[in-house]
Design a protein around this ligand. Sequence first.
Ligand code: ADP
Ligand code: ASP
Ligand code: MG
Length: 420
Amino acid sequence: MARIVMKFGGTSVADVKRIRQAALHVKREIEAGNQVSVVVSAMSGKTNELVGWTREAAPVHDAREYDAVVASGEQVTAGLMAIVLSEMGIPARSYAGWQVPIHTDDAHGSARITGIDATELDKRMNEGWVPVVTGFQGVAPSGRVTTLGRGGSDTSAVAVAAAVKADRCDIYTDVDGVYTTDPRIVPRARRMNKISFEEMLEMASLGAKVLMIRSVELAMAQKVRLVVRSTFDDPNAPQIAPDGTPGVPGTLVCDEEEIMEKQIVSGVTMARGEAKITLRDVRDRPGVAAAIFGALADESIIVDMIVQNVADDGSVTDITFTVPDGEYDKAIRTLQAAQNIEYAKIVGSKGNAKISVVGVGMRSHAGVAASMFKALADKSINIQLITTSEIKTSVLIDDEYAELAVRALHTYYGLDRQDV
Ligand code: ADP
Ligand code: ASP
Ligand code: MG
């Protein structure tokens, strides 16, 4: 017997028919003698609709009420999933975050899970029940409902898996695993059998939204075995692992040590909607970067790539960085209002794309950045900014060339499937 947490994303529970399809996967696991807790997202599109309503009600509003509204989507699907399972003869009941309870801090809209009391889930599973838990939400110390940030149900699922000491956390979605790049953009993308936590973390933070970043962080820290697989596979088909043996289909996210064949480049990602801001002729003195980025941090503006040029004559320099498009105007206003930064002017542009190549093999192989620049140059794509870390290289380019760049790099690093 295994203990499994099964998480179903928005498209997997988009209507009652799909909830039935998802429930058949749960039925299969129960009939195989396993214990299961289910975590559900809201129906696809629902959270966007709810967010839209809060904005319509008032563009600026209380984050606690935002959470009260947007958390409701998951309650609908949890209840429906419990009804469908019961109808199939599987004892099930739904739990809102506060009923579990899933404790979070009080950062409404992007709360962090601080602890889960697994007593009730344990008890129910031991009795043969399937608890169906709302993803994306929890309860603050004040007793008010919180949400975890967009895509947060993945994090709920991993946290529940850690709390109930599950053998596995299966993330059921609309693709059958983690691919070398978004399969919707590159049809020749290849499914990976395994990916290391480190690579998955980079890919998630660089734009592969198949898993929320925090869910990967949590799985890595708590040693949760995470599998990404498809809800739309036949629930009654024999369970075959990617290597052809009986097992779990999909992509296993695991420790690097479990992966024999280490690719130099494992994946390519694309993040759109990146704004670039340059401060020209900044007075070059100690503390200037602290003043600029301190002012932005005080406004909770998340800065990503940062480049500072060498001052020609030692007196002034240019500093360039990126923020999400949505934060562009606020960032400019913040810098204009800051008292202690001297510069000649601010220039910038919205709508750029960050393209990255990721791979643990980069640790031991030279020249990946150089070959990436060459592949982009061959397509006459101009690079605006570059950043690197131990296992990734990222470039900022004009959005117009984003998909071309992803496809070119995917081919260049030999990641294309040959059978399509
Ligand atoms: P869910 O609603 O199930 O949480 P998401 O839409 O959040 O699903 O994530 C699944 C989507 O992630 C896929 O439909 C796919 O387009 C996208 N995606 C982006 N990058 C990748 C990747 N490298 N591998 C697989 N899917 C990816
Ligand atoms: N429903 C939430 C969202 O769309 C959480 C999730 O689906 O993971 O962001
Ligand atoms: Mg998701």
